[in-house]
Design a protein around this ligand. Structure first.
Ligand SMILES: [Mn+2]
Length: 382
């Protein structure tokens, strides 16, 4: 026996992409791109002779997905028949009453795992896939709490959305916590997972996170796509990660500490952007530009102007600028001036005495905008 599967997770259909600064047409293109990624994954699975496509949760975003998404999924999955589709709902697409999963009549080739504990689905002679569903978005159970069935000599795989505790990225939410050491201990040859958007193929423990098929944040900058999983009769599992993403995310860092004018800032930002985007299709690139360094307060480097200039310069689809600069001049130095500027700086300094962190940030902004305005600049928001 040698059986092939194609595994994906964290597609996040219908995502708003507001976090990447997308609006209007660009947001629509990104959402259409997610649908394309699913269709491409199925096409690849068919071409590679896969028995099934396994989807480890976060297929769609419950809050935004509606009837049109359900219709798209039905049509897409039906076109893959007789190849099977195994669905294991996660935290963004939990199996809630009234969810797309619950209310849709799925084609015969679709198997929806619907219990909170792993339940078996025989995929082929000697190969069982055990899957579960998050029944609520905040589920905290251990996906590997129950072991695979008896020693029937067959190969058992687990399919679920969960947070492997040994490899959790900083700040990533814990939904369905488990440890990779338990995969083999509970009788599974591999765990086909979803939740972490960065790809992780750990052959030693049998842990697989395919990564989101298309980048959903600026930090998802590596190659991504489905992973082809081949299972031999003796339980050996091979993983073939594909790089199939059509969209790209990247970050450029522009040092603007020497900038004396808006022109200097734009030049530094565009130069850094050109390097970061090198070789990528600009029309499907999402670029974040970080402005760093100590900058003269009087330089009017508002993010909207920088974003517009970079988009014009590189032709990238989306640009988000983060102003991470800090003011070069001290309040005390400016406050010594016998000018309106000086009086303004002294007033800010006075207000800053005993101010908390939030208040201090507000005062930093007040100082920046105030000094820009007094310098005659057109003030734009950071
Ligand atoms: Mn996700």
């Amino acid at each position: 026996m040698s059986i092939r599967l194609l595994h994906i997770a964290d597609l996040h259909l219908d995502r708003a992409f507001a976090g990447m600064g997308c609006q209007g047409e660009l947001a629509i293109r990104r959402r259409l791109g997610l649908r394309d990624a699913l269709r491409r994954a199925g096409q690849t699975a068919l071409e590679r002779g896969c028995s099934a496509v396994t989807i480890g949760g976060d297929l769609y975003e419950h809050d935004r997905a509606g009837a049109a998404t359900a219709a798209f999924l039905v049509e897409t999955f039906a076109a893959w028949q007789p190849m099977q589709v195994l669905l294991a709902p996660g935290n963004h697409d939990a199996l809630l009453t009234g969810s797309i999963y619950s209310r849709t009549e799925w084609p015969a080739n679709v198997h929806l795992f619907s219990s909170e504990t792993l339940s078996p689905h025989q995929l082929a002679d000697g190969l069982t896939v055990w899957g579960l569903a998050h029944l609520e978005p905040a589920w905290q159970g251990d996906p590997l709490a129950s072991p695979a069935g008896s020693g029937d000599g067959g190969v058992h795989l687990a399919l679920f959305h969960g947070a492997e505790l040994g490899s959790r990225p900083d700040g990533k939410s814990i939904h369905g916590p488990f440890r990779s050491a338990d995969i083999r201990a509970r009788g599974f040859a591999a765990a086909l997972c979803g939740h972490y958007h960065r790809r992780r193929v750990d052959e030693a423990s049998g842990l697989l996170y395919p990564g989101s098929p298309e980048p959903l944040t600026f930090d998802e900058d590596e190659a991504r796509g489905p992973v082809i999983v081949s299972i031999a009769g003796d339980g050996t599992v091979d993983y073939e990660p594909l790089a199939d993403n059509r969209w790209h995310a990247c970050t450029a860092v522009a040092e603007v500490g020497d900038a004396r004018s808006l022109g200097d800032v734009l030049q530094a930002a565009c130069a850094a952007a050109a390097v970061a985007c090198g070789g990528r299709d600009p029309d499907r690139t999402m670029l974040r530009v970080d402005l760093r360094g100590q900058i003269d307060q009087a330089v009017p480097a508002d993010t909207f102007t920088v974003e517009t200039a970079v988009r014009d310069g590189c032709g990238v689809a989306g640009v988000r600028v983060r102003d991470l600069t800090s003011p070069a001049l001290s309040v005390a130095a400016i406050g010594a001036e016998a000018t309106v500027r000086g009086a303004f700086a002294r007033a800010v300094a006075e207000a800053a005495e005993g101010a908390g962190d939030d208040e201090q940030r507000l005062l930093d902004d007040a100082l920046r905008y105030g000094l820009q305005a007094l310098g005659g600049a057109e003030v734009g928001l950071r």
